[in-house]
Design a protein. Structure first.
Ligand code: CP
Length: 301
């Protein structure tokens, strides 16, 4: 595997996606190794995170690497006015790899252009979250036995949900049929519709959330992203628009699995958690193995 940044799902070919998933499977069997021994990974979180940061840190620890960084830009010299450009130039002097989450769309791409070491995008605003997508793909592969020809239903905040945007791009290699369930205000952005149309990918848009999920192989629930709304009243209008309840799963397919990038707010009722079709906590665990594989690829290990 060649060494390089992962900023958008466009940075991986289909073959590279499949290679990384195969590698994730190996890491799941043997997570502890010394591949990162002698390496320093900088973990720069300009936005809050639980799963992404901690699963990267777990992955780095399991691979024998060291971590430097910050969990809050308020504790960095950004508060003194230092630019992203200068921050990345400095940090890339100190380390072998940078994992970065930032609120601005395009921040990770910019960082990759000025950094001397590979950048892994851990989420840039409402744009992309490719490492989440790799763990989502790994979860889909594990639960469905394939990535090909699946009915993928995505529900909730399809406008601001960066995990939706990255997953849609990655799944485009595997002949999916998408069903997008969102209120008009949070529908999938036009750029992604054009992306699918150019590739002849079948997609359907719905505003009602009900019996149609009976056809789903994957039900990908998302949180309404409060932090991306300029007007809090607009958030209030849509925040509880779709809530998945256990009773809604009675007539769904046996192979259906419910994914959610988490954190959850209200969009999945607690009674779903004990349903064998609920997979979101295992999905989050898969993040450790997927991120081990992504770092190994970024550093050509
Ligand atoms: N899925 C995800 O990105 O979760 P965190 O915001 O907790 O990292």
């Amino acid at each position: 595997m060649t060494s390089r940044s992962l900023v958008s799902m466009n940075d991986y070919t289909k073959e590279e996606i499949l290679d990384v998933l195969k590698r994730a499977e190996e890491f799941e069997k043997n997570p502890n190794c010394n591949l990162l021994e002698g390496k320093v990974v900088a973990s720069l979180f300009f936005e809050p995170s639980t799963r992404t940061r901690l699963s990267f840190e777990t992955a780095i620890n399991r691979m024998g690497g060291r971590i430097v960084g910050f969990t809050d830009a308020a504790s960095s010299s950004v508060t003194k006015g230092e630019s992203l450009n200068d921050t990345i130039k400095m940090v890339s002097n100190y380390c072998d790899l940078v994992v970065m989450r930032h609120p601005l769309e395009g921040a990770a791409r910019h960082a990759s252009e000025v950094s001397d070491v590979p950048i892994i995008n851990a989420g840039d605003g409402a744009n992309q979250h490719p490492t989440q997508t790799m763990l989502d793909l790994y979860s889909i592969m594990k639960t469905q036995g394939t990535l090909e020809n699946l009915n993928i239903f995505m529900v909730g905040d399809l406008k601001y949900g960066r995990t939706v945007h990255s997953l849609l791009m990655a799944m485009s290699h595997f002949n999916p049929t998408f069903h997008f369930i969102a209120p008009k205000e949070l529908e999938i952005p036009k750029a992604y519709k054009m992306f699918m149309e150019e590739r002849n990918i079948k997609y359907y848009e719905h505003t009602e959330f009900g019996d149609i999920i009976e056809k789903a192989d994957i039900l990908y629930m998302t949180r309404v992203q409060r932090e991306r709304f300029a007007d809090p009243l607009e958030y209030e209008k849509v925040k509880n628009v779709y809530i998945l309840k256990n009773s809604m799963l009675d007539n769904t397919k046996d192979n259906l699995r419910i994914l959610h990038p988490l954190p959850r707010v209200n969009e999945i009722a607690m009674d779903v958690d004990s349903n064998p079709k609920a997979y979101y906590f295992q999905q989050a665990l898969n993040g450790v193995y997927a991120r081990q594989a992504i770092m190994a690829k970024a550093l050509n290990l």
